[in-house]
Design a protein around this ligand. Structure first.
Ligand SMILES: Nc1ncnc2c1ncn2[C@@H]1O[C@H](COP(=O)(O)OP(=O)(O)OP(=O)(O)O)[C@@H](O)[C@H]1O
Ligand SMILES: [Mg+2]
Length: 367
């Protein structure tokens, strides 16, 4: 069993608070992504799990054991860094073998373990090469191999694919998913790439500004983002967020009233400014009653991302079929799918105000 738990963890560097009130429960065998923008505290969290950094307060446990005072080497974890940190003077085989040698494992066992890891990562033909004779993706696989041979309870990976080109990254993404499936080990994976988090993780911990914003499945963070930050960080292009006022059963924006179903939102809305959220796939061009002008059409081959401007200058995005004929400058009437509306409190991390029963889950994609 290798559950990983952070309990009310706080981390300060001098007077700077890098992490606050961090509570995360990772189940044994789970693949969890720590996702968030640069500087939000992802690496610091991972380094604390590894024992390379110590919490200012709070408790960290691995496999039911509090490890706050346990040295990195005694935590039964293996960490893979963004920079591969391979030893340049050693061959691929020696690099992979090194952690076992350090641990005093017998030579025959070491050789067998290296071969097993090399086979799993398709590194056998490269075992005698030096790191500088390898591509970035191959070096990354060696770094993974070095973590694999240690057969740890928990793998900690810090942006392991960020140095690779797009094609290799998507290849390695699939490889890692497969590896996790085969090994069944707990994996904590740091990334600022939401696509990686969405496709690889069973649950995503979305972080911002040293705080956990939401910890849930990819479908839940997409369909029921806890707040405005999560709503804008998850999904490409981002969810549209329009500032306006709730007035009875309408939301007023740009001098127009958009009908909303109040029963879908928390009762005590009160009055004042709110933010209406709608993903670009749920904005329909034509058929609605909100006047807008087309400002930009970006055709990606299989779809078009359309930039629309409301009469007060507010811009929003719609996603439509690639085949549809749309012209820049054209006046259109737009509408929003009524079941796909989110309402948020106005501040940057303003809470989502929808009532959240399972039935309110919006399909990931529909047009
Ligand atoms: N040793 C340190 N001393 C002082 N501040 C630090 C130290 N390590 C990290 N920080 C600060 O803590 C915050 C979180 O850093 P961290 O490296 O965890 O961010 P991150 O989410 O991994 O970002 P990135 O995506 O850029 O890697 C940052 O503001 C960073 O400047
Ligand atoms: Mg980092």
């Amino acid at each position: 069993m290798a559950d990983v738990t952070l309990r009310n963890v706080r981390k300060q560097f001098g007077t700077f608070v890098a992490l606050e009130k961090l509570d995360i429960d990772i189940r044994s065998g789970e693949f969890v992504a720590l996702l968030g923008p640069s500087g939000c505290g992802k690496s610091t969290t991972l380094r604390m799990l590894a024992g390379l950094e110590f919490p200012t307060s709070g408790e960290i446990s691995i496999g039911g054991r509090v490890v706050n005072d346990v040295a990195p080497g005694k935590r039964d974890i293996a960490m893979v860094f963004q920079s591969y940190a391979l030893y340049p003077h050693m061959t691929v085989g020696e690099n992979i073998e090194y952690p076992l040698k350090k641990r005093g494992v017998k030579a025959t066992e070491r050789k067998a373990a290296v071969l097993r890891a090399a086979e799993m990562l398709q590194l056998e033909p490269l075992l005698d090469r030096k790191p500088k004779q390898l591509s970035g993706g191959q070096q990354q696989r060696v770094a993974l191999g070095r973590a694999l041979v240690r057969d740890p309870q928990v793998f900690l990976l810090d942006e392991p694919l960020s140095n690779l080109d797009a094609k290799l990254r998507s290849y390695m993404r699939a490889e890692l998913i497969e590896l996790h499936r085969r090994l069944g080990k707990t994996m904590v994976y740091v990334t600022h790439d939401q696509l990686e988090a969405m496709t690889m993780a069973s649950r995503i911990a979305v972080m911002f500004d040293g705080r956990l914003q939401q910890f849930d499945t990819p479908a839940a963070v997409y369909n029921r983002p806890a707040n405005r930050f999560v709503a804008s960080f998850i999904g490409t292009p981002s969810m549209n967020q329009l500032e306006g006022a709730v007035d009875g059963s309408t939301f007023r924006v740009a001098g127009h009233a958009i009908p909303i179903d109040r029963s879908r939102f928390v009762h005590a809305l009160g009055s004042g400014t709110f933010v209406l959220g709608v993903r670009p796939e749920f904005v329909t061009i034509g058929g609605g009653d909100l006047p807008a002008r087309i400002r930009l059409v970006e055709n990606t081959g299989h779809e078009q991302i359309v930039t629309l401007e409301l009469t007060d200058g507010t811009r929003l995005l719609a996603r439509t079929d690639a085949a549809r004929r749309l012209d820049v400058g054209q006046s259109v009437q737009i509408g929003f799918h009524p079941d796909a509306l989110h309402l948020f409190a106005p501040e940057e991390t303003g809470r989502r105000l929808n009532k959240d029963d399972a039935a309110s889950v919006i399909p990931m994609r529909s047009r």
